[in-house]
Design a protein around this ligand. Structure first.
Ligand code: ADP
Length: 391
């Protein structure tokens, strides 16, 4: 077999060179003629190269001796040491790939393999090795690569998410089951214990209901993520409505809410309910976590983005303990909390800020967080202004 001579024959180098530059250049350089037969460059090498050059995914074409006839730039990105004319089995060292190439060559049947690469980055690939007979004479192996990495990452996130959500539900559920057992058994006839336990059970059940509510809201927002909201929403009345709605909580926490909004109308294209939900989350957090500061300021203003585009900003500022800088980048991740016990004690689900982020993304805006520990935190919603109000 041609592949058994370890590629030492001078004809091999020559054939690789011919595959690159063609017959005339070799003749012009005064070299010996390349031997005909299996070492000769593939007669359609150029055409094959042009064909796969236009493909978006990585593709490599091998000759029957599994030497590289052609590859495109996406393939060079995956395997930088690829060279035309060189044995693919040496360049592509992944054992799964080598097996698939051998099997495809031997059986004449297409093979599919998946492989995982750790260096330089974690990447997953799906590879098809397909034997193709060209013009009824020469056969080649066409390898195409699909990058499965984004898919795998989403899959990992989904698995993490389900694990987190189940854990969050299991905790109150375990408490409920425990109290039910106690009420059926040892505390069966204890009126005082029954009252106390029923109160706790109600709290735990409410916590589960809140969690399911937040999960459903998140998935609804994500489902509509590609649909830009189109209803004009005037922000000043919305801000006042949220502040009024949270007065009871503010009184409970002994916090004064101050609203500052301009007299002019600032309207955005939005989903009113989602915007209310997002702002409520921010104000509730300020009232819960920043209660020690005794004050929460909600300020609506007109501003410009870095790119100079007009936007509305709703800043929610508290004067509580603030947040240490290392937590800031992760705060909008689902289930991320600075202090899990504190969040639970406040009736939190860990989903509030993730919800805020998704609402703002859907509105073409964003949320920014600034905080100086011991001085408080400011969460700002940025929303693109409607063109009519953009002056
Ligand atoms: P939760 O349901 O726990 O309140 P969020 O996503 O709304 O979930 O907030 C995530 C975490 O961010 C909270 O658990 C809390 O640790 C922190 N946090 C949010 N807002 C504030 C704030 N105004 N001051 C201090 N910490 C805050």
């Amino acid at each position: 077999m041609a592949g058994d001579d370890n590629g030492k024959a001078p004809g091999r180098l020559l054939s690789a060179w011919r595959a690159l530059v063609g017959d005339q250049d070799i003749a012009g350089a005064g070299h010996v003629r390349a031997p005909r037969g299996r070492d000769a460059p593939h007669p359609q090498a150029r055409l094959i190269e042009q064909l796969i050059g236009g493909l978006p995914s990585a593709a490599i074409v091998l000759n029957r001796d599994t030497r590289v006839i052609a590859f495109n730039s996406a393939a060079a990105g995956i395997a930088p040491s690829l060279r035309r004319g060189e044995p693919a089995l040496i360049t592509l060292r992944m054992p799964e790939l080598v097996d698939a190439i051998r099997r495809a060559g031997k059986t004449g049947e297409a093979q599919r393999v998946e492989f995982f690469e750790r260096v330089p980055l974690d990447r997953w690939f799906e590879v098809f090795v397909t034997p193709v007979v060209l013009d009824g004479a020469s056969d080649v192996l066409v390898m195409t690569f699909n990058d499965l990495t984004p898919l795998r990452r989403v899959e990992e996130m989904r698995v993490d998410f389900i694990a987190n959500a189940s854990h969050e539900l299991r905790t109150p559920l375990a408490a409920l089951l425990g109290f039910i057992e106690t009420l059926q058994g040892p505390a069966k006839n204890d009126v005082a214990a029954r009252e106390k336990f029923l109160g706790i059970m109600q709290q735990q059940a409410a916590r589960m209901a809140r969690l399911i509510d937040d999960l459903l809201s998140l998935s609804r927002i994500e489902l509509n993520a590609h649909l830009s909201p189109s209803t004009p929403v005037d922000l000043a009345p919305l801000v006042r409505q949220v502040a009024d709605g949270l007065q009871t909580l503010a009184r409970d926490r002994q916090v004064a809410i101050k609203v500052d909004a301009p007299a002019e109308a600032l309207s955005v294209l939005g989903d009113r309910d989602e915007l209310i939900r997002a702002l409520e989350n921010l104000v509730e957090n300020a009232l819960k976590y920043g209660a020690a500061g005794k004050r929460v300021d909600i300020t609506l203003s007109r501003a410009r983005t870095r790119a100079g585009l007009p936007e509305a900003r709703i800043a929610v500022r508290d004067y509580g303990p603030g947040i240490a800088p290392e937590h800031l980048p992760r705060l909008t991740e689902r289930f991320y909390r600075v202090d899990v016990a504190d969040s639970r004690a406040q009736g939190g689900t860990g989903l509030g800020l993730a919800l805020v982020k998704h609402v703002l993304n859907r509105h073409g805006g964003k949320v920014t967080i600034e905080s100086v520990p011991a001085k408080g935190a400011t969460f700002t919603m940025h929303l693109p202004l409607r063109t009519g109000d953009a002056s």
